[in-house]
Design a protein around this ligand. Sequence first.
Ligand code: SF4
Ligand code: SF4
Length: 89
Amino acid sequence: MRPLYLHGVSTLVLDPEKCLGCGSCLPVCPHQILYLANGRIACSERDACMECGACAMNCPVGAVAVEAGVGCAAAVLASAFRRGESGCC
Ligand code: SF4
Ligand code: SF4
């Protein structure tokens, strides 16, 4: 089961209109939440995005944007408040 981070705060933004359907962003996602729907980028679970930035770095046309690093920090803080539940990575 994928870890979920804070609800609704991921900075991940997809632009299916720009997407070429090349698939370069799919295998680099550590949580495998990206997929192609009718040849365009889609996401199965935004709250599972750890904002690593790998997808955005691999997209040749800027169809994926994310503020890298924010999700990990938020997950560590959330984990600390939950005392002992797993956090980022
Ligand atoms: S930022 Fe990282 S975790 Fe989030 S969708 Fe992109 S590759 Fe996956
Ligand atoms: S790398 Fe960019 S163009 Fe290629 S499938 Fe992913 S979002 Fe679409």
